[in-house]
Write a protein that binds this ligand. Structure first.
Ligand code: FAD
Length: 221
């Protein structure tokens, strides 16, 4: 059934980063959201999927970082949009609030792939920086926004599928021992389900309580 509760937004541009990774920028049209919010993006045939907003709350456009899935119903369609095309967008929704509602407590961000989107929205909105960012990507080209994280704090990139002399080579979970653990830090994990589960289990095994572990799963597997 078509959800009629949506607004229409013109595409500003689609920036291609690699074969299947792109940034979609659309006119914001006054849409209000909080960093960490998602919206549903609709195709012309009213197929929809949730996508996390990557832009900041004070910016004029709305941006998304998206991986185009082979044979996917929605993401390849989004990748093929042209400036001026119209996309229907649902009202924002979400419960993942990186770095928010925790007072002065320190916090860490951990992302795989496009799971970096809510953290980019945080960075594009707030001044306070995470004490550490662990960011896992397949190739260096996939590391959208890494340089900006790096300029504003202590960030480590884990590159899993190509040799990397400047960054950690392997999966993000290979970096967990670099985290300093304490009873006040909040840990935000977003992206692939296996990473989110593995990180959560590791943190709990080190005595970190569930209220300090915040999770958002984009992709199962
Ligand atoms: C809360 C939330 C926020 C999200 N935010 C983002 C975001 O910011 N950026 C982003 O790129 N995605 C995000 N996603 C994922 C997104 O919603 C879609 O699931 C994704 O784009 C695939 O949709 P599709 O219609 O193109 O593919 P589908 O038609 O759903 O699937 C196509 C084929 O690909 C397979 N497939 C789907 N996912 C995977 C996978 N991970 N690995 C292997 N095969 C797979 C399916 O089984 C199917 O065979 C988010 C998901 C959630 C739940």
């Amino acid at each position: 059934m078509i959800n009629l509760n949506y607004s229409r937004h013109s595409v500003i541009q689609v920036s291609i980063f690699s074969d299947d990774l792109f940034e979609l920028s659309v006119e914001r049209n006054g849409l209000e959201f909080l960093p960490g919010d998602c919206v549903a993006l609709y195709t012309d045939e009213a197929k929809s999927r949730p996508y996390s907003i990557a832009s900041g709350t004070n910016e004029e456009d709305l941006r998304f970082v998206i991986r185009s899935m082979k044979d996917g119903e929605v993401s390849p369609w989004l990748m093929n949009r042209k400036p001026g095309d119209e996309i229907r967008i649902s009202p924002p929704f979400g419960w993942f609030r990186p770095g928010q509602d925790i007072g002065d407590a320190p916090f860490v961000f951990m992302a795989t792939g496009t799971g970096v989107a809510p953290f980019l929205s945080y960075l594009n909105t707030f001044e306070k920086v995470p004490t550490k960012v662990l960011y896992g990507v397949r190739t260096r080209n996939d590391a959208i926004g890494f340089d900006r994280f790096n300029r504003r704090g202590s960030s480590i990139l884990a590159v899993s599928r190509e040799p990397s002399k400047d960054h950690f080579q392997g999966r993000i979970t290979g970096l967990l021992d670099s985290l300093s653990l304490d009873g006040t830090t909040h840990y935000y994990c977003c992206g692939l389900e296996s990473m989110v589960n593995e990180v959560s289990a590791w943190l709990q095994g080190k005595g970190i309580g569930l209220p300090q572990i915040h999770r958002e799963v984009f992709f199962h597997g």
